[in-house]
Design a protein around this ligand. Sequence first.
Ligand SMILES: Nc1nc2c(ncn2[C@@H]2O[C@H](COP(=O)(O)OP(=O)(O)OP(=O)(O)O)[C@@H](O)[C@H]2O)c(=O)[nH]1
Ligand SMILES: [Mg+2]
Length: 457
Amino acid sequence: MVFWKKSQEEKLAQQGDKNAILTLIEKGKKKKAIEILERFKEDPELRRILFKLYMEEGKYYYAYQLLEHYEPELAGAKEKALIYERVGELEKAAQEYAKLGDWESLVKAGLLLKEAKKPEEALEMFGRALKVVPALKRSEVELLIENTKKELGLVKEESFIEKLKRGLKKTKEAVEFGILFAGRRVDEELFEELEEKLIRADVGSKTALQIVEELRKEAIRRNIKSSEELAGLLKEALLERLKGCASSLAEPHEGTTVYLFLGVNGSGKTTTIGKLAYRFVKEGRRVLLCAGDTFRAAAIEQLEVWAQRSGAHIVKKEEGADPASVVYEAMKKAKEEGYQVVLIDTAGRLHTKEPLIRELRKIRDVIKRFFPEEPAETLIVLDATIGQNSIQQAKVFKEAISATGIVLTKLDGSAKGGAVVPICRELSLPVKLIGVGEGLEDLEPFSPKDFVEELIS
Ligand SMILES: Nc1nc2c(ncn2[C@@H]2O[C@H](COP(=O)(O)OP(=O)(O)OP(=O)(O)O)[C@@H](O)[C@H]2O)c(=O)[nH]1
Ligand SMILES: [Mg+2]
């Protein structure tokens, strides 16, 4: 009886009876159903059932055939996008994703167009995505745009010197050493102007006076008459004072390398961490960011944005959490999961000096518990726009834990670039990096020779 019923039902299905076919499917005999339905492609109703089955079974190529040869309306944009993508019709897939209109679909469309070697059209898609993307994801899209533009040669990659030029632009505009030394007679007036300009560049009045004294004597001794020659002497004098003021950032070593960032709020810690993360990720390293600044929720969010932009991972806790406990989690994760680089953000509120010092020491001790040789770098981040005034702040951090170097940020926004001389000398710490803008690649090593050359030219 059962056997009879079964074969009767299958017979009906074989004849194209919709209900019998649906019963087959219900019983899980999808393969059989497909086999039968493929003979009834002309029937719109059965065709729709077949299409659905193809999609469920991941038979995208067959689904594609149905769309192309029978009925394009079988699928909505979402299904079409998926089918076209799977069969390698990248541009068609992109069109369908674009119809969906949400930012993720637009990004997907852009990525497919890139893959299809249509970067201009990809750029247009990313542009559309940027208009509808939520704020927290905005930078992700911006990065895609930036990279695509680069590939198209629409933005030129800046060289080290070009970036330095940009970094020193404001200082140069303020002091105009170039004009000072252009075809002038070497006389007392020139020396006085020079002293004034050095002070304006924020090299410090004592240093400015010393340098000018030195130059006066040298000019006489070497019988220097032309201002160009004097410019050469000034470069030498500045370089002499920048001796030992530069050293390169410790590169990641075997195992886990930890970089700890200190500095008052607004100095540029988080931004610097983001830029460095980007560099290390680009070099193919596994990078972990640690949101050790738990003072404000916005600070944690900001670091998250940088993690996304750079492609690094992040360890965070809620606002107000104990920073050392966040560092603990990050160290544990780094050890267990083999992260090569950990960049730790910290809060820097100077009005709570004693707690700040205790907090930083606690962080350092937690790091050492996991990695006794770390941190490889403890960097004090200073804002170049406040020039020499940052020295006092830096001393508080130096007092808290021993630092290995300075990051001088916002050089591009500062007219006080000359402050690098007193900063490095008074703190007895080398400047390891300079920040020359808000972009991902606006971080450079500090080269005194290029710096002086650019400043005086
Ligand atoms: N022009 C320019 N702006 C920079 C540079 N570095 C940082 N900034 C900007 O300076 C501001 C402060 O930078 P953050 O990285 O948030 O500073 P922070 O030290 O983390 O500050 P808190 O989290 O408040 O402690 C941001 O608007 C950055 O975009 C730079 O090299 N050049
Ligand atoms: Mg910050």
